[in-house]
Design a protein around this ligand. Structure first.
Ligand code: HEM
Ligand code: HEM
Length: 255
């Protein structure tokens, strides 16, 4: 059971970090946060797979066997797709990196940036399906965390979880209000995007201060991490509910 607690905490951290990365590189202090967290999530996914290595080995061995339940086979192929799309996001991110791996010379490449954006959104959808398939496990472990065997609520656990979330949310809100995105990371992008529209007239650059007052941030949505979290968790909910209802709850026939 202790291993399940470790897993659920790691899974929650994975989900929150992924969503903050997905929104855009403006959350927190711009690209440095985005690139460092993006690299760290790559390592965290390896730990996540390592914690499930027994499932990976056993299922791979039996993948063509008729004994394997259909649900497990669907989960396996979904995991393969998830691994590919997550690897594509991280590798393409590293290729266009400006802060952590600035020597790769592809930083302004539109094609690779397009791949990075597309694979990030594909991964969002696949993680939604992945969570839908595991929803029963998530609910089961959560129940054990918050309720005793005789069905009474663990008040201490509830209070400390609420406090942890409040501190996390307050901290994120404070950082988003007080630590502004590094303008230098985004000015070139603005100029690049407008170079087509204003061809021949020179690309305009927003006046200093307009980045600060949020005018140019609206172009790519809110940079408030709390709204970002709510927005993407709502998208996941829309994917998780039907997946859970169709695939995960009812045991499917074998083969
Ligand atoms: C935001 C990212 C992700 C989240 C929130 C997430 C969440 C979960 C959850 C809740 C479980 C069940 C409990 C557990 O064993 O931890 C699980 C299992 C698993 N996950 Fe993930 N996961 C993510 C990304 C990935 C990726 C990219 C892979 C790559 C293949 C992956 C592979 C697996 C495997 C192999 C299992 C166990 C086997 C299974 O039943 O599917 N996960 N994941
Ligand atoms: C799960 C991991 C990641 C996700 C979900 C993610 C997601 C995103 C998204 C949605 C964008 C905006 C794309 C656009 O509008 O053009 C973006 C941009 C970017 N990402 Fe990532 N990313 C991840 C990992 C990384 C990593 C590991 C790096 C580098 C080490 C990286 C570097 C960048 C850069 C340089 C940009 C372009 C910033 C700009 O010019 O505005 N990303 N990422």
């Amino acid at each position: 059971m202790r291993k399940n607690y470790v897993k659920i905490v790691l899974d929650l951290l994975l989900a929150i970090t992924f969503v903050l990365l997905l929104m855009n590189p403006r959350v927190f202090n711009g690209l440095p946060f985005h690139e460092i967290a993006g690299t760290v999530i790559g390592i965290a996914i390896l730990v996540h797979i390592g914690l499930n290595y027994r499932w990976v080995i056993n299922t791979t061995k039996k993948i063509f066997s008729s004994e394997l339940p259909k649900k497990t086979r669907i989960g396996f192929f979904l995991n393969v797709l998830l691994l590919l799309s997550m690897a594509t996001v991280i590798v393409s991110g590293i290729l266009i990196s400006r802060v952590v791996f600035p020597n790769l010379a592809l930083e302004g490449n539109h094609f690779v940036r397009g791949i990075h954006n597309l694979s990030a959104n594909t991964t969002l959808a696949l993680v939604g399906l992945h969570l839908g398939l595991h929803w029963q496990w998530i609910m089961g472990v959560s129940k054990k965390v918050f309720k005793t065997k005789d069905g009474t609520w663990r008040k201490g656990m509830i209070a400390s979880s609420v406090l942890t979330f409040a501190l996390l949310a307050g901290g994120m809100y404070w950082i988003s209000q007080n630590v502004k995105p590094s303008e230098g990371d985004f000015k070139p992008r603005f100029a690049e995007q407008n170079a087509f529209t204003f061809a021949g007239q020179g690309a305009p650059t927003p006046p200093d201060g307009e980045f600060r007052d949020g005018k140019f941030r609206k172009e790519r949505g809110s940079s408030n991490p709390l709204l970002v979290l709510l927005n993407y968790f709502a998208i996941w909910a829309v994917i998780i509910v039907p997946t859970y209802k169709i695939l995960a709850r009812k045991p499917l026939p074998k083969g």
